[in-house]
Design a protein around this ligand. Structure first.
Ligand code: MEV
Length: 326
C-alpha cells in the first residue's frame, strides 16, 4: 500500500487576476488531503472508497490516472481522506490531485517528482475549469510554504519553475517562486467558512465573461496585481499592518468583480474590527474568507457569532509528502 498527502492552500493576494498572469501569493495550510493506493485483488476495475471508479464524477483523478498510469494492468483501489472542506476555496481538488500524483509516482517506483505533480495537477484543474486555471493552487499544494506567481522572474525570490498555458485564446506565462517569510509572534491567520459551496469553474467563467463583455474591467485585474505586489513586499518586510491593509484592499476589488457573496460579506464584516486585514479567499461565490489578526480568539468568536465555522491555521505547512510504504 502507498500513501501520500498534500496540503490545502489559502490565497493571500491575487485570486482570479492570477489566471490572467497578474502576480499572486498563496500559502499552504494545516488541512491536508491524503490518498491511499492499494492493488485490487478481488475486482477487475478501479475503485474509489469501495465504489466503482467513475471518471465523470472524478475528472481530476481520471486525468491524472490517464497521464500517470501504473506500469502493470492491475487495477487500484483509491482511498481518499482529508480535512479540507470541498468547494470552499481552500484547494481541496488541487491537494487531492497532487497527493494522487505522489502516490502514483510511488506505485510506479519513481522518485518523488514535485514538478511533475504540480504540472499534471495544474492541467487536471484547467480541464475541470473550462481551460482557465492558474498553477497557483496546485503549485502551493505540491511545494508547500509561500508561493509567489509573477509575470517576471523576481531576482530577490527563490525561483521554482515557469509554467505556461493558453487561457481564453491568450498564452499566459507564470513564473513561480518561493521565499521564507518571518511571521511576527502573535500574528495568526484565521479562516472562516461560510459553509456554502462555491464553484471555481462557474466563478472563473463569470470573470471571463465580465472582461469579455466589458474589456475595460481588465483594469481591475491589474489593480489586484498591483495590490498583490505591494502586499508581497510588505510580508517580506515583516510589516503585517501593511499586509492586512493590502488584503482588505484586494477584497474590495474582488467584490467589485462580483465574486464575493452576502455570506462572505457578513463574515468579513464580523472579523474586520479585530483584524489587521480581511478578504475572501479562492474563487468565491461562497467558500471561505481569511483574516490576518493579532487577536485570533476574538476573530474566531466574531466569525462564529455570524454562523461561520472558524479556525486558526498554520501558514507554512510542508507540501507533497509520502506518508508510508508497506
Ligand atoms: C481558485 O482557488 C483561484 C482562482 O484564481 C482560479 C485559479 O487560479 O485557477 C480563482
Amino acid at each position: 500500500m502507498v500513501k501520500a498527502s498534500a496540503p490545502g492552500k489559502c490565497i493571500l493576494f491575487g485570486e482570479h487576476a492570477v489566471v490572467y498572469g497578474q502576480p499572486a501569493l498563496a500559502c499552504s495550510i494545516s488541512q491536508r488531503m491524503s490518498i491511499e493506493l492499494e492493488r485490487e485483488d478481488t475486482f477487475d476495475s478501479w475503485r474509489i472508497d469501495g465504489r466503482t471508479f467513475n471518471g465523470k464524477k472524478h475528472p481530476h483523478i481520471k486525468y491524472i490516472r490517464d497521464h500517470l498510469p501504473p506500469h502493470d494492468e492491475q487495477p487500484l483501489h483509491i482511498r481518499i481522506r482529508g480535512t479540507i472542506p470541498k468547494a470552499s476555496g481552500l484547494g481541496s481538488s488541487a491537494a487531492l490531485s497532487v497527493a494522487l500524483c505522489g502516490a502514483l509516482q510511488q506505485i510506479r517506483d519513481e522518485p518523488q517528482n514535485l514538478q511533475q505533480a504540480s504540472e499534471l495537477s495544474h492541467q487536471a484543474e484547467a480541464q475541470a475549469q473550462g481551460g482557465r486555471a492558474s498553477p497557483m493552487d496546485t503549485a502551493t499544494s505540491a511545494y508547500g510554504g509561500f508561493v509567489v506567481l509573477s509575470d517576471s522572474i523576481e531576482e530577490d525570490l527563490d525561483f521554482i519553475e515557469t509554467r505556461s498555458m493558453e487561457v481564453n485564446g491568450e498564452q499566459q506565462e507564470w513564473h513561480l517562486h518561493t521565499f521564507e517569510a518571518t511571521i511576527p509572534e502573535g500574528t495568526a491567520l484565521v479562516i472562516g467558512n461560510t459553509g456554502v459551496h462555491g464553484s471555481t469553474s462557474a466563478m472563473v467563467l463569470q470573470v471571463a465573461e465580465l472582461i469579455q463583455n466589458e474589456p475595460t474591467r481588465k483594469v481591475e485585474l491589474e489593480t489586484i496585481g498591483a495590490i498583490a505586489r505591494r502586499g508581497i513586499q510588505a510580508l517580506r518586510n515583516g510589516d503585517m499592518k501593511a499586509v492586512g491593509q493590502a488584503m482588505s484592499e484586494n477584497h474590495i476589488v474582488l467584490r467589485s468583480l462580483g465574486v464575493s457573496s452576502p455570506d462572505l460579506e457578513r463574515l468579513i464584516r464580523a472579523a474586520a474590527p479585530s483584524s489587521l486585514g480581511v478578504k475572501m479567499t479562492g474563487a468565491g461565490g461562497g467558500g471561505c474568507m481569511i483574516a490576518l489578526t493579532e487577536n485570533p480568539e476574538e476573530t474566531v468568536g466574531a466569525i462564529e457569532m455570524q454562523g461561520g465555522r472558524a479556525f486558526i491555521t498554520a501558514f507554512n505547512e510542508p507540501g507533497l509528502q509520502i506518508e508510508h510504504l508497506t
